[in-house]
Design a protein around this ligand. Structure first.
Ligand code: ADP
Ligand code: MG
Length: 755
C-alpha cells in the first residue's frame, strides 16, 4: 500500500509542535506504540495533553477523529484575479515586511506574484513567523480577500514558505475539531501518521452493512484526504457514502454497547416488591406500625395505632388520597408495579409534564416497597424540592403510620447521626432528601427502591455513579446480592430516539395528561420597558387575594451579582406595593431560612415572592397565579417551562409574564416564541431539541458525555434503524466481532453506556 499523501504542513504552527512530532512522511510505519507515549514516560507537551483531553489517546481514536470541514489548497490563483470576498490561495515573493504602529503593533507584508500586490496583515505575530515572512521569501498564502486602505489584503492568512515549483497538495486539507492548545497543523500530522500505522481491517460481516457503502478503510481515507474532485456539499452535509459508512459504524457500536448493558442488567437480581408482608413480618413492616417521628427525629404525638394495620399501605394510601388518579397515572403505576414484581432491577424513567402528578406515583411505588418489607429512598436535586416532597409524603403517609426520615446536606451532627441509625436499623421505611441520602456514611438495612426526581439534571456520569453507590450501600447486610430498583422522574420529556440512544437500558413511562380542572397558563412576552405596567398588574392580583412569583435571573458565574439583583428587585417591589408582604428567597440563604420563607408563601402570608431560580422545580403553591420572569432571554427553554409550571396549579386562571431586555439573539427569540406558542411540555422539548441539537439538549456536550459524534439522531434515522436491526444478529452470530467493534469505537467510554 503506498503511503497516503502527507497533509500539507503550514509553517505557522508554534515551533515546539514541529520539534516533537515529525511530519507524517518521516514517521516510521508501522509503529507499535499508540499516538501518545504511556503516562509514565516523560511529561506530555501542551498539545499532547490537549489531545488526551479530546479523548485522542489511541491511534484508532485519531483515525476516527474526522474533519469538520476542508480547505482547498490544491490550486493557486494569481493575485491579479482576486476579488473581494474570495477565499483563495496565491503564491508570491515578499517585497517588504514592516512592523507598523507604536501602541498597536502590526506586521504588514507586501506580496507580489507578477500579476499584482497583496497586503498581508498580522495583528499579533511571533518572531518565528516574522522570519518566514521576511523580504525575499517565497510564500503560499491562503485567506479571505478584503478591500483595504492599501488595496487588496488578507488579515491573518495561513501561510508557508515554499521552494519555486513545489508540488501542490493533491487532497483537500482537513480542518479537525481542535482546541486552543492543539494547533491544526499538529493534529493533522498526528492523524496522518496514525492513518499510516492503523490497518483498519473490516470487522463487520459485509452482509450486515447497509448496501452501497464503501469499505471502512476507503471511507476513512476519503474523509481525511478527499480528492479535490469530491463535491464539497456532500462532504459538508455528511451525506457522502463515506460519511454514511462512518455514521453507521458509530450507531452500531452504540447499539451493541447498549445490548451488552442490557445483558449485564439481566444477570442482576433485585427484591420482588409485590404483596404485603403484614405486621411483624420484617424490619420495615415493623416500622409501619411504629410511632411516627417528626422530621427532627423526635417522637410526635403518641401513636394511635397499636394494632397491626388493617390493609396494605398501598391500598390505604389510594383510599386516603383527596383525588382519583388520572387514567395516565393508573397506566404508569401499572407499568411500575409490573417491574417491581419481577426479580430484576427496574430501571425506569417516569416522564410527565410539569404538574402532571408524578409525586403521587412515586409515593405509590414507595408504598409497594414498604408493603413488601423493604425501604425506599427518594432524592431530589435541590433542598427546597426535597423538602416539598418530604412535607407531601409526611402528609400522605404519616397518618398511615409510616416513618419518613429526612436527610439533607445541611443537616449535620447528632440529628444526622440519629437519622442514619434509623436508616441502618430499617426503622425508617422511607428516606427523603437531597443527594446527601447516598453519601458514604448512609447505609440502608434493606433498600429496595430508589427514586430520583428531576433526573434531567443529572448527566450520564452522575447516573452511573448513583447506581454504583446504590448498589454499594444497599449491598451491605442484605440477603444475597440484590440491587435496588431505580425509578427516575423528569418533567423534561425526552424524544424516543434520544432516550434509546442516551439512556442505554432505560424503560420509559409517560404521563400524558394533566389532572382535570387545570386552566392553561397564558404566557405574555414583553420588553422590559413594560416593567411598571407589570408591577401594576401584580398590585391587582394581590388585591384579589392571589400570590405572585418574581424570578430574577442567574448572573453567569456571579452568585454575588445574582444576589444583588434579587435584593434590589425585592426592595423595589416592597416599595411599590406597601400593602403587600414581599418575600425574598435565594440560594445563599441558610436552609432553615429558606424553609421559613417558603412556608410563609405556602401559607399565603407572603403575597409576592422574589426569588432566584431556587424555585425552578417542583414548588407547589396552588394559589399563585402570576409568574414574572425577568431577563427571560437568559434562561433555557426547559427552565422557563419549569418556572411557568409554578403557576396554573390550581383552578385559578394564571398568567406568566416573560420580560426581556433587547436586543434578542436568534435562539433567544426562538425560545421566547416557543413559550408563547405552547404550554405542552412535549412540544417545548421538541422545540428545545431543535434549537439546541441533541448534544446540548441532553447536557452531553458540556459534560463531555457526548456519545454520538457523527450521527445525527434527527437526520440519520434510517441508519439508526439498520443498526438496531443488525445489532442482535451480530451479537448472536459473531460475538467476537461485536466486541472488537465496540472496543474500536468506544474504548473506555463504553462504561458510560451501562448507566
Ligand atoms: P409533578 O408531576 O410536576 O411533580 P406534582 O406531583 O407536584 O406534579 O402534582 C401537582 C399537583 O397535582 C399536586 O398538588 C398534586 O397533589 C396534584 N395531583 C396529582 N395527581 C392528581 C390527580 N389525579 N387529580 C388531582 N390532582 C392531582
Ligand atoms: Mg415534581
Amino acid at each position: 500500500m503506498p503511503p497516503p499523501p502527507a497533509a500539507p504542513a503550514p509553517d505557522d504552527a508554534p515551533a515546539p509542535a514541529r520539534a516533537s512530532m515529525p511530519p507524517a512522511a518521516a514517521m516510521p510505519a508501522p509503529k507499535p506504540a499508540g499516538g501518545l507515549p504511556p503516562a509514565a514516560a516523560k511529561p506530555l507537551s501542551a498539545p499532547q495533553r490537549a489531545m488526551r483531553k479530546l479523548g485522542l489517546e489511541r491511534d484508532i481514536d485519531l483515525v476516527l477523529h474526522l474533519p469538520l470541514r476542508y480547505e482547498d489548497e490544491t490550486r493557486v490563483v494569481t493575485i491579479g484575479s482576486l476579488r473581494e470576498g474570495d477565499t483563495a490561495q496565491v503564491e508570491g515573493v515578499v517585497r517588504s515586511a514592516e512592523v507598523e504602529g507604536r501602541t498597536r503593533r502590526q506586521l504588514v507584508v507586501k506580496l507580489n506574484d507578477g500579476s499584482g500586490d497583496l497586503v498581508l496583515r498580522f495583528l499579533n505575530f511571533y518572531p518565528a513567523q516574522q522570519k518566514t515572512l521576511a523580504r525575499g521569501q517565497r510564500l503560499r498564502v491562503r485567506g479571505e480577500v478584503r478591500g483595504g486602505f492599501l488595496g487588496r489584503e488578507m488579515v491573518h492568512p495561513t501561510f508557508k514558505a515554499v521552494e519555486p515549483g513545489a508540488p501542490l497538495p493533491v487532497a483537500l486539507t482537513p480542518v479537525y475539531p481542535a482546541s486552543a492548545q492543539l494547533p491544526q497543523a499538529y493534529l493533522r500530522k498526528a492523524v496522518a501518521s496514525a492513518l499510516v500505522r492503523t490497518p483498519l481491517e473490516e470487522i463487520l460481516p459485509a452482509a450486515l452493512l447497509p448496501p452501497g457503502l464503501p469499505a471502512l478503510k476507503e471511507a476513512v481515507r476519503l474523509l481525511h484526504q478527499p480528492p479535490p474532485s469530491t463535491p464539497p456539499a456532500v462532504l459538508e452535509d455528511r451525506s457522502h457514502p463515506a460519511w454514511q459508512r462512518l455514521k453507521f459504524e458509530e450507531l452500531l457500536a452504540q447499539q451493541l454497547a447498549q445490548a451488552q448493558a442490557v445483558a449485564v442488567r439481566s444477570r442482576l437480581r433485585a427484591p420482588v416488591l409485590a404483596g404485603w408482608v403484614g405486621a411483624g413480618d420484617g424490619p420495615a413492616a415493623a416500622a409501619v406500625a411504629a410511632a411516627p417521628v417528626t422530621r427532627d427525629g423526635a417522637p410526635a404525638e403518641p401513636a394511635a395505632v397499636e394494632s397491626p394495620p388493617p390493609a396494605p399501605l398501598h391500598t390505604r394510601l389510594l383510599a386516603a388520597l383527596p383525588f382519583a388518579l388520572t387514567a395516565a397515572q393508573q397506566r404508569v403505576c401499572a407499568e411500575i408495579d409490573a417491574d417491581l414484581a419481577r426479580p430484576l432491577p427496574m430501571h425506569r424513567l417516569l416522564q410527565g409534564d410539569v404538574g402532571s402528578g408524578k409525586t403521587v406515583v412515586a409515593a405509590l411505588a414507595a408504598a409497594r416497597a414498604i408493603d413488601a418489607g423493604w425501604q425506599c429512598a427518594l432524592m431530589a436535586p435541590t433542598e427546597i424540592l426535597a423538602e416539598q416532597h418530604f412535607h407531601k409524603l409526611v402528609q400522605w403517609l404519616q397518618p398511615l403510620g409510616v416513618t419518613v426520615a429526612w436527610l439533607s446536606g445541611s443537616r449535620k451532627g447528632r440529628k444526622r447521626a440519629a437519622m442514619i441509625d434509623k436508616i441502618a436499623s430499617g426503622e425508617a421505611a422511607l428516606v427523603v432528601g437531597t443527594h446527601a441520602v447516598i453519601q458514604d456514611d448512609v447505609v440502608f438495612a434493606r433498600l429496595g427502591l430508589a427514586i430520583v426526581d428531576e433526573q434531567h439534571r443529572f448527566g450520564v456520569a452522575q447516573r452511573l455513579e448513583l447506581r454504583h453507590k446504590l448498589s454499594d450501600q444497599a449491598g451491605q447486610g442484605r440477603p444475597g446480592r440484590l440491587e435496588a430498583h431505580l425509578l427516575t422522574m423528569s418533567a423534561t420529556p425526552i424524544p424516543r430516539t434520544l432516550a434509546m440512544t442516551y439512556y442505554a437500558d432505560l424503560d420509559v413511562s409517560t404521563i400524558d395528561e394533566l389532572p382535570p380542572g387545570r386552566t392553561p397558563v397564558v404566557t405574555k412576552v414583553f420588553a422590559d420597558l413594560k416593567r411598571l405596567q407589570v408591577i401594576e398588574r401584580i398590585r391587582d392580583e394581590v388585591a384579589r387575594g392571589r400570590q405572585v412569583y418574581w424570578v430574577c435571573p442567574l448572573v453567569e458565574e456571579s452568585e454575588h451579582l445574582d444576589l444583588q439583583n434579587a435584593t434590589a428587585t425585592h426592595a423595589e417591589l416592597a416599595a411599590a406595593l406597601p400593602d403587600a408582604v414581599v418575600g425574598l428567597l435565594h440560594g445563599r440563604m441558610a436552609a432553615a431560612e429558606k424553609a421559613a420563607v417558603m412556608a410563609g408563601f405556602s401559607a399565603g402570608q407572603t403575597a409576592v415572592l422574589v426569588a432566584t431560580t431556587v424555585i425552578e422545580v417542583g414548588v407547589d403553591v396552588p394559589n399563585a397565579s402570576l409568574m414574572v420572569v425577568e431577563h427571560a432571554e437568559r434562561f433555557g427553554l426547559a427552565q422557563l417551562h419549569q418556572l411557568r409550571g409554578r403557576v396554573g396549579r390550581g383552578a385559578v386562571a394564571s398568567v406568566c409574564v416573560l420580560l426581556y431586555t433587547p436586543p434578542l439573539s436568534d435562539t433567544g427569540k426562538a425560545r421566547l416564541k416557543a413559550m408563547a406558542d405552547t404550554t405542552d411540555g412535549f412540544e417545548i422539548a421538541r422545540r428545545d431539541l431543535h434549537i439546541r441539537g441533541p448534544g446540548e439538549f441532553m447536557g452531553a456536550r458540556q459534560s463531555g458525555d457526548q456519545l454520538l459524534r457523527f450521527a445525527d439522531l434527527t437526520g440519520d434515522n434510517a441508519l439508526l434503524e439498520h443498526a438496531r436491526r443488525v445489532a442482535p444478529r451480530l451479537l448472536a452470530e459473531r460475538p467476537d466481532a461485536a466486541r472488537a467493534h465496540v472496543a474500536r469505537w468506544l474504548g473506555g467510554r463504553s462504561e458510560f453506556l451501562k448507566a
